[in-house]
Structures are given as C-alpha cells and as structure tokens.
Design a protein around this ligand. Structure first.
Ligand code: SF4
Ligand code: SF4
Length: 84
C-alpha cells in the first residue's frame, strides 16, 4: 500500500530527497502544512529498495501505511513498472 504522513511531521525535509519516485512534497501543492505523499506515485519503494526510504530517515516515525490506499506487493510492483 502507499504510505502517508501523519500530523506528527515536523517538516524536517529528510524524507523528500530520499524518495525515488518524487512522491513526497512539502505539502504546499496540496495546501497542507506538513509534508505529503502522493499515493499514486508511492510504491512503498518496491522496485527501488528493500525498505521504504522515507520511513528509514524520518526522525519522528510519522510515515505510516495509508488505509485508504491498500495495495498488494503485486500491485506495487505493477505501479513501479508503470512509473518506469
Ligand atoms: Fe517515496 Fe518510497 Fe516513501 Fe513511497 S515509501 S513515499 S516511494 S520513499
Ligand atoms: Fe515530516 Fe518525517 Fe518527512 Fe521529516 S522525514 S518531513 S518529519 S515526514
């Protein structure tokens, strides 16, 4: 499934440069005050890395599975292939 950023985000910018699909923004494009993951571009890093890179670098553990965007490993792999 795609990941999402919850309200504990401290806008530190650590995650944004680590995302291989440029799914993360500072939120300004969607008019929110915390960082934001565009679910249609998030593969949970499937196809790029063994683990979600944003989760690894986030200092406050505020990046979590998005219950509204549940996807199987196969669907994430297919999303990766569509993006590439
Ligand atoms: Fe980007 Fe990977 Fe985080 Fe998804 S899990 S937002 S693809 S770094
Ligand atoms: Fe927010 Fe975590 Fe990203 Fe920092 S690394 S901007 S706290 S989601």
């Amino acid at each position: 499934m795609a990941l999402m950023i919850n309200e504990n985000c401290v806008n530190c910018d650590a995650c944004l440069p680590e995302c291989p699909t440029e799914a993360i923004t500072d939120g300004s494009d969607v008019d929110v005050s915390i960082y934001y993951i565009h679910s249609k571009y998030c593969t949970e890093c499937v196809g790029y890395h063994d683990d979600p890179q944003c989760v690894i670098v986030c200092p406050v553990d505020c990046i979590i599975p998005d219950p509204d965007n549940v996807e199987s490993q196969e669907e994430l792999q297919a999303k990766y292939e569509t993006l590439n």
